[in-house]
Design a protein around this ligand. Structure first.
Ligand code: SF4
Length: 366
């Protein structure tokens, strides 16, 4: 199973690669999980203890990437609950204060010219560190068609909005028809220049990225996609094919990761992830510092370690393979860069190279 081959439940390859089959056969209980891994007592207890706090669902495809014998498997840790989720007194439900930035249901506006539009509450699976734990998987945040239309009306009435990110939940959990209806509505608004989709399905359910979906999206360009790989184990042939279908449809694909303790918080893993993404023509775009989010203390890494990880990549791989490390705040994203610029000395600018050597050169006065 850990090699990604179909499990007993799907001996028919056609079924296995049918995304609707995958959605219908998702793992929802500790017993289901035991078909893929040997759950630890802590994992088994956590599945039931956390059931009313944050949904537990995993696609068979993603489960097949988990190491059956290793509870510290970086794929397994992202989606299988642990009792540590209950031990986080500092964690917040809404660390970015998104509710206060919401002019209409499920629209988050932090910047003047763009919005995150949480078009649904559903994902193919639920990541234990999810920023939107407070809403994903929760029926209160589902969007009826009328509510989607109200949000689109708000965009229509707000001419500063030139960039609309469809996120969630995951917009690709929608059927092609529903997604096309929504995208066509937004595309018809003259001041909307680009539509972006934030989706983890190329990682967690790559079969969802069908040719029909890509053909549909290509009718509404410019469409951009950002996906969410966190670890090189997720860079499977199926995921690469999904990203290739998107890029062949003319859709630029970027990646946003979260820096997660024990999953990708070392330079070697991050370099392998980012170089693998570039080989797939996926641009590593952002890596987020994990938020002060409820139930996630065991995932958080000090910012200083994050800065050192990206400093270790600088000069040692292509610039394309180095994402921007950021802390998201209620006031917007803040870049977390090593200070290569030492400043002005007299008429010179003084900088530090990737390997610590100091360079100075004349700097024109303002
Ligand atoms: S796919 Fe994205 S929105 Fe859904 S649970 Fe994972 S991180 Fe959250």
């Amino acid at each position: 199973m850990a090699d990604g081959s179909p499990v007993q439940a799907a001996p028919d390859g056609a079924q296995w690669s049918d995304w609707t089959w995958q959605m219908r056969h998702r793992i929802r209980t500790a017993e289901d999980l035991a078909a893929y891994v040997a759950p630890t007592p802590d994992e088994t207890q956590a599945v039931s203890a956390l059931a009313d706090r944050f949904r537990f669902v995993i696609t068979p495809y993603y489960a097949s990437l988990m190491d059956p014998a290793d509870p510290d498997c970086p794929v397994r840790r992202q989606v299988v609950p642990r009792m540590a989720e209950l031990a986080d007194p500092a964690g917040l439900a809404d660390p970015l204060d998104e509710v206060a930035h919401s002019p209409v249901k499920n629209v988050v506006r932090v910047y003047a010219d763009r919005i995150a539009f949480c078009v649904n509450n559903e994902c193919a699976l639920y990541c234990r560190y999810c920023l939107r734990k407070r809403m994903v998987g929760d029926e209160d945040w589902a969007m009826k068609k009328r509510e989607l239309s109200e949000a689109v009306d708000w965009i229509r009435r707000t001419p500063e909005i030139r960039d609309v990110l469809l996120t969630g939940g995951d917009p690709l959990v929608f059927s092609d028809d529903r997604l096309e209806w929504l995208i066509a509505e937004i595309r018809a608004i003259p001041h909307v220049e680009i539509i972006r989709l934030g989706t983890r399905l190329p990682v967690t359910l790559p079969f969802r990225v069908t040719d029909a979906l890509c053909d549909m999206l290509a009718r509404y360009h410019p469409i951009w996609v950002n996906t969410h790989f966190n670890h090189p184990k997720e860079l499977t042939p199926e995921a690469a094919e999904a990203c290739d279908r998107l890029t062949r449809a003319g859709i630029p694909v970027g990646n946003q990761s979260v820096l997660l303790r024990g999953i990708n918080d070392d330079a070697e893993t991050m370099k392998a992830l980012c170089e693998g993404l570039v080989r797939m023509r996926v641009r590593p775009y952002y890596v987020y510092q994990a938020q002060m989010l409820e139930g996630t203390a065991h995932f958080r890494v000090p910012v200083e370690r994050g800065i050192e990880i990206f400093r270790a990549l600088r000069g040692r791989t292509s610039g394309y393979a180095i994402p921007q490390y950021v802390l998201d705040t209620p006031y917007g994203k803040v870049p977390l860069d090593y200070p290569y610029l030492r400043g002005r000395e007299g008429d010179d600018i003084v900088v530090e190279s990737y390997d610590g050597r100091v360079w100075r050169e004349p700097n024109p006065p303002d």
